[in-house]
Design a protein around this ligand. Structure first.
Ligand SMILES: [Zn+2]
Length: 92
């Protein structure tokens, strides 16, 4: 897998992040960055502007956005060995 954006999309899917959030991370990373980082609570997941507003307003939780996670551990924990295995599988 050579295209950088495809790689980021695969990582977002692997971690169960919504496509809207991954797409903004890829294409519009600077927009409302502080609000989005605040909503992401240091987990590594940076929600899109719309989801960040809902989280920061208390309408939804960050955790509720993470669904169909392929990583075998619950959000926000990341097992580094499993993650490395996944990354290596992308490079084959
Ligand atoms: Zn989103």
């Amino acid at each position: 897998m050579k295209d950088h954006n495809e790689y980021l999309k695969a990582v977002g899917k692997y971690f169960g992040y919504p496509e809207c959030c991954t797409n903004q991370f890829i294409h519009n990373h600077g927009e409302q960055r502080l609000a989005r980082f605040k909503a992401g609570k240091g987990t590594g997941f940076v929600p899109c502007s719309a989801h960040a507003k809902e989280i920061n307003d208390g309408d939804i939780t960050l955790e509720s956005l993470v669904i169909n996670r392929e990583h075998k551990f619950a959000f926000p924990y990341v097992n580094k060995n499993l993650f490395n295995e996944f990354i290596n599988s992308l490079n084959k």
